[in-house]
Design a protein. Sequence first.
Length: 151
Amino acid sequence: RASMELTFLAIKPDGVQCGLMGSSIKCEKKGFRLVTMHVHRGSEELLKQHHIDLKDHPFYPGLVTYMSSGPVVTVVWEGLNVVKTGRVMLGETNPADSKPGTIHGDFCIQVGRNIIHCSDSVKSAEREISLWFKSKELIELSTFLFWWVWV
Ligand code: UDP
Ligand code: MG
């Protein structure tokens, strides 16, 4: 069912250090279901894999250093169109292009320190969720959201 779509969101080390975790977890109020959440000290190897599609870009080494510089908070969200809506809630990749009201628009300034990640497609979400979580960590739950929010 489309309503059972999942996405992967990560509060990056700068978001954690700057006290922006609470502000970045807006998805619950929006009406999505938190499937699992973890505070993770992302290893360099894991972050290299996470951003492997960018490996040929000049900013890749700096991106991996930044992303593995401290704990990250990883979250899986479930709900109708959650991949697309997650990206809309984040704003553009570059905070300077992001509208107020989005997380990038409200809480950060530059692309290399943009505090939060969200999967860009259903396929990326599947890859990222399996990279960061074991399937037994994905908690299934029947919730009232299905009938009252997602249908
Ligand atoms: N990034 C960067 N410089 C750039 C483009 C991207 O430092 O010129 C970083 C930025 O933190 C971004 C991440 O690399 O969030 C992943 O880039 P991608 O193009 O996948 O954008 P996203 O999916 O995060 O919007
Ligand atoms: Mg991306």
